[in-house]
Design a protein around this ligand. Structure first.
Ligand code: NAP
Ligand code: SF4
Length: 676
């Protein structure tokens, strides 16, 4: 059989070992690394990805010493005792036919503890702790600790190590003038600033011998003021190669950068042009990463010769069988990472174990199992939003007979709306995945069918799953029936016309999304050049840090975004994506109003006042008012089915509408499916 992705699936000979394909599972800190008791869980997490065919796995970051901890008592590899524990991981991966490298991550000034160290004593804007400036002796000790960590990784059975030199972590802090103000042998001129990186690679190579993979994670563009120049980056890559690195893995942006690099609104493969620019200067394989999530994109990158390997972290959470499905020529079967960050990075930032919104089994492989059923049942699922889809598919895959009823003519529920928001086009991939998988699993999908309780009773189903979702809340505001009032679903999903001046009532996730929708001209996909212009990203050769002045295109309409509660708009949004939304709205000139009372809506517009005393009355002269005031559960069928004695399960928004999100809906659907 000829492969649809010949380059992606071709082996890569590294001289002393061969990677079976060009796919690297990039490093992702899952939180399981931090506690010894989770080692077996972590081993199974990686083993499942190895069985899925990935060429090389890179672990989450392990600190080479305590000062390099990401968090107090976080993951580290500093002694033989810890190294022995890692054998469980390396054995599980090797038994599954995979290869695995351990990432050595020294957080430097990003270490969230008072004993952090760095090149200079300059506090990071995202960390309250000021690092201590290392002495020359201290620098040499850090280097020795990196080498010790690599040696311990080798003795634990790893196939290699990845030395984290990007993302604004310790090594990167020495590389950039922004954070390295030293005047000794480790600072000042560029070759002195990069000396630590080169020394770490050189001494690691000497310690581990020639037949051990050393990946160096290199920041191709820092995306911060005072970042490295292009000449410095190229010289670093060349010197790291000369020092003994096997592979250069690329990275972009520091954690403190104000340019998004991995959220869903970043166009796919947005930074591959920089990877290509760098790859020309070295002779070892270079890895492309960031916002690559489908085999077609990966194959194109390899075909153009922009890189020799592709790294994907989150896509391997969403679908551990990604490589196998690509190899089988079935990319439509892939559960595509939508770059939402909701269950992965957002969890990592609040110290919760990482999982995946689309695949709640990620990181819970030993706990959430979906084994074939021993007793096949006839089941009805009502509602084809995220909750109903996950329940129906998992039930059918376990061997049950499933009929899925959906009132609309398409599946997807709230995802059908989300995919129309500029920068959320990826959500369409989830709908495609379910459409495809439901057919493969033999689910009887009845679209355009508003099933009545009596018909469900007559259908003789063993059990019924109610996933009928939510309906937009209609707030009690005088004039709410005025023709200028529309619901968010009417605007986004149904394409109802909207005027040039709009008030959005409700500033939760959907109000923010709708404001983005209203402030963008609608094109099917975001153009990369337009995106770079909006965020001020330029060619790294023309400016250190690859930053220029952002030039967002003007909004086609005036938008007011309102909420009743006091305080900052969007404060409830997720940590890793909320700031991107807030910055985007600011750039588009959206006027944000908090602490608002909605007095009435009439021909003139929306009348508001502020605070408990209803002060400062104001009239917003808008021609459309869009309601994004949350949702209410739709559960009409539940009572009748219960009275009729049908075993009924209620999941997703139909269960609880408040703070509903797809993460909860999909997990609830999956867990229910595992239990029937
Ligand atoms: P939400 O986040 O609960 O926000 C509802 C908004 O409506 C709030 O701003 C609330 O603020 C306002 N509101 C509630 N009752 C009201 C009333 N009676 N009159 C006027 N305003 C009222 O709900 P959502 O925006 O519908 O989003 C639903 C879920 O989808 C969220 O939980 C979120 O997880 C998810 N989602 C997230 C994103 C994202 O992260 N970008 C995007 C879309 C959806 P006040 O009470 O202060 O006015
Ligand atoms: Fe991707 Fe979202 Fe899953 Fe994270 S939670 S792996 S970003 S789909």
């Amino acid at each position: 059989m000829t492969s649809s992705f010949p380059l992606l699936l071709s082996p890569l000979d590294l001289g002393f070992t061969t990677l079976k394909n060009r796919v690297i599972m990039g490093s992702m800190h899952t939180g399981l690394e931090d506690r010894a008791k989770n080692t077996a869980r972590l081993a199974e997490f990686y083993a499942e990805r190895a069985r899925g065919g990935v060429g090389l796995i890179v672990t989450g970051g392990y600190a080479p010493n305590r000062t390099g901890w990401l968090l107090p008592f976080g993951a580290k590899l500093t002694n033989r005792f810890e190294s022995r524990r890692h054998r469980t991981i390396t054995k599980a991966v090797h038994d599954a036919g995979g290869k695995i490298a351990l990432q050595i991550l020294h957080a430097g000034r990003y270490s969230y503890q008072p004993f952090s160290v760095s090149a200079s004593s300059i506090k990071a804007p995202i960390n309250p702790f000021r690092p201590r400036r290392l002495t020359g002796r201290g620098v040499r000790r850090q280097i020795r600790n990196f080498v010790r960590c690599a040696r311990l990784a080798r003795s634990a059975g790893y196939d290699g190590v990845e030395i984290m030199g990007g993302e604004g972590y310790f090594i990167n802090q020495f590389l950039a003038e922004r954070t390295n103000k030293r005047t000794d042998e480790w600072g000042g001129a560029p070759q002195k600033r990069r000396r630590i990186a080169v020394e770490i690679v050189r001494r690691t190579r000497a310690a581990v011998g020639p037949d051990f993979v050393i990946l160096f994670r290199l920041s191709m563009a820092d995306l911060v003021e005072g970042g490295q120049s292009w000449d410095e980056i190229v010289s670093l890559a060349q010197e790291v190669e000369f020092a003994g690195a096997t592979i250069i893995n690329t990275d972009i942006g520091w954690h403190e950068s104000r340019v998004p690099t991995i959220v869903t609104s970043v166009p796919r493969a947005a930074f591959v042009d920089i990877t290509e620019k760098l790859a020309k200067h070295v002779s070892i394989p270079v890895v492309a990463s960031n916002r690559i999530n489908m085999p077609e994109t990966a194959e194109e990158i390899l075909t153009r010769g922009d890189a020799q390997l592709i790294s994907m972290a989150r896509p391997m959470l969403a679908d551990p069988m990604w490589v196998r499905k690509a190899a089988a020529g079935a990319p439509d079967e892939i559960n595509t990472c939508i770059a939402c960050n909701q269950a992965c990075l957002d969890h990592a930032f609040v110290n919760k174990h990482v999982s995946c919104l689309l695949n709640p089994r990620a990181g819970r492989e030993t706990e959430l199992t979906l084994l074939p059923t021993r007793r096949k049942k006839s089941l009805a699922v009502v509602g084809a939003g995220p909750a109903g889809l996950s329940a129906a598919l998992n039930l059918a895959q376990r061997g049950h007979s499933v009929t899925l009823f959906e009132g609309r003519d398409e599946i997807g529920g709230q995802f059908g709306i989300a995919q129309k928001i500029p920068g959320k086009e990826e959500f369409a991939e989830t709908v495609r995945y379910y459409r495809h998988q439901l057919a493969l699993a033999g689910v009887d999908v009845r679209l355009g069918t508003r099933i009545a309780a009596a018909d469900l009773v007559d259908g003789g189903y063993d059990e019924v799953v109610i996933a009928t979702g939510v309906t937009p809340r209609v707030p009690d505001i005088p004039g709410i029936d005025h023709p200028k009032v529309l619901s968010y679903a009417e605007v986004v999903r149904d394409g109802r016309p909207v005027g040039t001046s709009v008030a959005v009532i409700g500033a939760g996730g959907i109000g923010v999304d709708v404001s983005e929708f209203l402030t963008h001209e609608h094109s099917p996909t975001l153009d990369l050049e337009e995106w770079k212009q909006e965020w001020g990203v330029t060619d790294p050769e023309s400016a250190p840090g690859a930053l220029t002045t952002p030039q967002p295109s003007p909004s086609p309409r005036e938008v007011f975004l309102l909420q009743r509660k006091a305080g900052r708009i969007g404060s409830g949004l997720a940590k890793t994506t909320g700031w991107v939304h807030r910055a985007a709205l600011k750039a588009k000139g959206v006027e944000e109003l908090s602490g608002v009372n909605y007095e009435r809506i009439d021909d003139a517009g929306l009348h508001i006042s502020f605070g408990e005393k209803r002060e400062r009355p104001r009239m917003l002269n808008v021609d459309t008012v869009v309601i994004c005031a949350g949702q209410e559960s739709v559960r009409d069928l539940v009572d009748d089915l219960t009275v009729a004695g049908v075993t009924t399960h209620v999941i997703g928004g139909a269960d609880v509408a408040a703070e509903l999100d797809a993460k909860r809906a999909i997990e609830q659907g999956t867990r229910l499916a595992a239990s029937i």
